[in-house]
Design a protein around this ligand. Structure first.
Ligand SMILES: [Fe+2]
Length: 161
């Protein structure tokens, strides 16, 4: 379903870009849920630092989710953000429910952030090829944030190297 709009991007651009945005929307919503899962369940000596870091990351991911969804609407599309739609569309690995230690949660989140970071980076190029520079710029902004938080997470794992 594509709404009419005065935006100067033709349907043949908007349709595939909306598809690309909805794929990334599913992944970022999945990531947001995974981050909160870690925020709630992390235990161990670094509890408070990780608990707060994960919440900060959740805020950043929520902003990305909202920006992606609103871009879809701006292009005349329908943002597919229900749990059912996301459950079907997200290609992220399921977050393990049994993790407890800070190390295990940081490892799991680093993998999830890296996976989303990789597909967002691919989406920068794809939206650029489709000649939607504004969507490409949005993905670029999200990519930079995810790279930064991957660094924050990996810094906890690299102390001895
Ligand atoms: Fe909380």
């Amino acid at each position: 379903m594509l709404f009419t709009t005065r935006i100067d991007l033709p349907e043949k651009v908007r349709t595939p870009v909306i598809g690309l945005l909805n794929e990334r929307l599913a992944e970022t919503i999945d990531l947001a849920l995974q981050v909160k899962q870690a925020h709630w369940n992390v235990k161990g000596p670094n509890f408070i630092g990780l608990h707060k870091l994960f919440d900060e990351l959740r805020d950043e991911v929520d902003e990305a989710v909202d920006d992606i969804a609103e871009r879809i609407a701006a292009l005349g599309g329908v943002a597919e953000g229900t749990i059912q739609a996301v459950g079907t569309a997200s290609k992220l690995s399921a977050y393990p429910l049994k993790l407890t230690t800070g190390h295990a949660h940081v490892e799991a989140l680093a993998s999830a952030v890296a996976a989303v970071g990789k597909s967002i980076r691919a989406a920068i190029d794809r939206s650029d090829e489709l000649k939607d520079a504004s969507t490409s710029d949005l993905f670029t902004q999200i990519s930079r944030t995810l790279d930064k938080y991957l660094w924050f997470l990996e810094a906890h794992l690299q102390a001895d190297r």
